[in-house]
Ligand binder design. Sequence first.
Ligand SMILES: [Zn+2]
Length: 394
Amino acid sequence: MSDFWKRADSQEAVFRGREARSLPTFDELADQNVLVPGGFMEHFECEECGLGHVEEVVWLRTPGAARRAYIHCPEVGRVELDLQDLMIWAIDLRAISAMVAKGMRFGRSPVEEIPQRVWFLGSARLGGRTRDVFLIRGAGWSDGVEMLSNCRRLAAAKAPLVLVPDQLPSDPLWLSEGRSFRSLSSHYWFSDGAKEAARELVEVLRADDDFRLASENHVFKSDGSTWRIVYDGQSANFRPLKGFEHLRQLLKSPHLPIEALLLASPDAANALKIQASGIPVSDPESQRWLGSRLAEMREELAELDMRQSARKLELEAQIPILEKHIRDAENHSGQIRKVKGSAESARLSVTNAISRSTVAIRKALPALADHLEKSIRTGVQCMYTPSESINWDT
Ligand SMILES: [Zn+2]
């Protein structure tokens, strides 16, 4: 079906002649008026002489008989064509939007907001909130985002569900306002499949919402004057402390060692230069600790089962980074490079700042302070290694 959905999302949403009939679900699609006759092709390639020339189709109308179509071949003369081979079939997005609306039990006909581009299917409680549901075509076309200014209902909808035939749009304008996108091509809507497809779709939406909600439960961000910190749904506001920014950087990149030098530098660009110019520095204790973390992560990866694919991907990405980091910190003879003076003073400053921040956090959010003490390691390299992954909104 992927060819079908790709075509439905293209400028010319039609199948020509045998192309349509070679769709495995052609009969169903025609029965349900998703494919509708849209005229006949004007040119056809000759299949009689082997020269592959393309000729204009000529129609012959004899009173009292069905009309017939021909092309003229210089080799064999008149070649009669099968009308089925000449038929153009248009994909009717309106019929698809009606089918989807029915599957989602909206109990009303979709409203065509922009001809052939935007349909409003209805509103329903989906995935934990009330949403307007739209079907749009050509979101990725050059005039795609203009639909947002041309369709007030779509632009004004709060966190709507937007269905597209094929590819999800990548323009950041589309991705704002909490819009959730789903591709119709991920589900089977035809025959009696619409209800099941809608059920699957709502399930995915609910999982997305749970994920979003989970990040609302874990927040670590600043508006410049106040830090809003939420852990397991418990929230508190703090005035700025230097260590909060270090913590935010660490929470953002779990299981990734970050140089204290990088955290301590008030000028991130400079700090990046330091990190890039020299081989990472380390101390023997950090190396041992990183080595044991690496062993734990490898062990965890080996024990994961199929269902934990997100964690698996996470570990598969992190392990090579950690391996490289440990490798780079040792010189060719396997000795750990000497810690430079600036690295040592960064280590002290970051360690102190983080521990002062943890003391402040403990007063309002003791569970978070416990969590940080358990999972944040400070040193020449600092790292956040929670025992289970937390989706922090930073
Ligand atoms: Zn020919």
